[in-house]
Design a protein around this ligand. Sequence first.
Ligand code: AMP
Length: 397
Amino acid sequence: MAKIMAVNAGSSSIKFQLLEMPKENVIASGVMERIGLAEGIFTLKYDGKKEETHPVLPTHAEGVDLLLKTLIEKGIVKSLSEISGVGHRVVQGGEYFKDSCLVDDTVIEKIAELADLAPLHNPAHIIGIKAFQKALPQVPQVVVFDTVFHQTMAEEVYMYATPYEWYEKYGIRKYGAHGTSHQYVSQRAAELLHKPLKDTKIIVCHLGNGASICAVEGGKCKDTSMGLTPLEGIPMGTRSGILDPTVVSYICEKEGKTATEVVNILNKKSGYLGMSGRSNDARDVTAGMEAGDHRCKLTFDVQAKRIVDYIAAYYVLMGGCDCICFTAGMGENLIHLRKNILNRLGVLGVELDEQANNVRAVEQEITTKNSKIKAFIIPTNEEVMIARDTVRVAKIR
Ligand code: AMP
């Protein structure tokens, strides 16, 4: 039985899950946060326990060393040789990466080159990869890209109608994101539909603080709502989603800001936060709506309307749809948002089962038997996809 570490390294954090494959059991999971600050936070879950400590973590390297040492101390592994592979989430793989792959110097160079398209993520992933390479030099390291699943989009889908030279010179096109989640959820949906994946037409709504919709036909991505960066698509926790680009130059002139500053506002101060004026967290906006706040209700209505725009477009693109899936923090937990979305889809024969929808974070069908399109809640599991790919790519037995 192989033990695989699935890693998601951010600029000041390392999220991890240790899985036993091929059973896909989670042996331990947790996160190291506030790396580089005076006091870090190390949360570790194992054996039904949750422990939190506050070590000093000057860099990711100390974080990884402490994690591995702790795994042995707690008896989670007897020795580090039990870890057969490490799989790293990487946000942006551009057009260069068409599949997950083993890490070497060229791969790291390419991920660094692609940092222009994911400045907050790719450099942090490299720091994480190097820290694990140093700590576990004999263990294969695999990178699993959020963009790979979307590389099957047709040219007419991923091209923007901008000067063609922008694509040739700078790679300006749609890349999408959350691919690992969309792939996991669509594979699981095919199982719930009792249909071979190749015969399915599935729309996945990954609704977290970042959110994207994906049309998956025969297990392959046909279209997705995120674009060159995760700003495109539907409104999110702090991101506006799609709008007329003229808004940028207009606000630059009105408020004396640079384009970069305005795009920063579209990324960090818009969406739920900007519209509601309260919070990027859906729980706070829900509380506001329930207390009668118009802007909070409007926030959800605007998002639901835009989500339905994408669902309708993808229904036409695929020539039908077997099921709509809800996943991630809001998709799994926000009962009223799922209802708001599905009630707008009556014209397609979607019929919500209110009682079945009245749950959080469980895998469940939430439409009636008569519904022409089924809807499911499917909790996402990106770590298991990373572990599966690590086993496949590194040929671990
Ligand atoms: P994610 O990015 O997938 O972690 O999702 C974060 C979003 O999910 C936040 O907006 C949270 O408000 C929302 N969320 C998480 N748990 C719950 C919950 N129990 N009820 C409502 N919203 C939740």
